[in-house]
Design a protein around this ligand. Structure first.
Ligand SMILES: [Zn+2]
Length: 104
């Protein structure tokens, strides 16, 4: 990281929980849901994130057995990810329950 990078807060501005904040090769940052790491078979390829040896988040391409997903898709303060695969709803529900929020 160069001196020109300002590391944004790893805590999500919506739910306040600390995420696995990672730089992108394209610039910018992404908050990844820190756990669980998911089997890649549960996550559609376009939503898989991997962490490189030098700490970057990279999407889609990886041959590791587990991957991460973007936090914003499963944040407890975001709408139900109905249009996503079931794994997203499962983690969103977990996050809602953790934060004591209603599940409808
Ligand atoms: Zn959040």
């Amino acid at each position: 990281m160069g001196a020109n990078y300002a590391t944004p807060d790893a805590a999500c501005p919506d739910c306040g929980h600390t995420q696995d904040q990672r730089p992108l090769r394209s610039g910018g940052w992404i908050r990844l849901e820190p756990e669980p790491q998911l089997p890649i078979t549960a996550v559609p390829e376009q939503h898989r994130w991997f962490i490189t040896a030098d700490g970057y988040a990279v999407d889609a391409h990886g041959n590791e057995p587990h991957c991460y997903i973007a936090h914003h898709r499963v944040c407890s303060r975001r709408p139900h990810p109905k249009h996503m695969d079931p794994i997203f709803t499962a983690i969103w529900l977990r996050n809602r329950a953790r934060d004591g929020l209603a599940i409808d």
